[in-house]
Design a binder for this molecule. Structure first.
Ligand SMILES: [Zn+2]
Length: 104
């Protein structure tokens, strides 16, 4: 389908209003109320206040067996997180400070 700079171009097909994606190089038409499959919009959300646990990394370089394979945590630089399903993973301390509050 030929790209078009026209936004909100619409067409009714069998009772469903189809919207043409407003991005110049995109050919998608999608049902009104949905997003373009190639240009999905960012939607505001917030992490649920689910309690997880963390600890200091062990002295030296600690190998953490994560769901995505072995990773390392460095003492003084990383924490080790224990997630809601028992999974463990390293996290940089500055990322922890920006995304978690310590409860106890
Ligand atoms: Zn698009």
């Amino acid at each position: 389908m030929k790209p078009s700079p026209i936004k909100n171009d619409a067409e009714m097909i069998r009772g469903v209003n189809y919207i043409k994606c407003g991005s110049l190089d995109c050919g998608w038409w999608y049902p009104e109320g949905h997003g373009c499959p190639d240009h999905n919009p960012w939607i505001k959300c917030r992490k649920k206040p689910i309690e997880v646990h963390y600890r200091e990394a062990n002295a030296g370089i600690e190998t953490i067996h994560t769901l995505e394979g072995d990773m390392v945590a460095g003492y003084g630089h990383d924490y080790v997180m224990l997630g809601i399903d028992g999974e463990v993973y390293p996290i940089k301390k500055d990322i922890y400070e920006r995304t978690y509050d310590t409860l106890e």
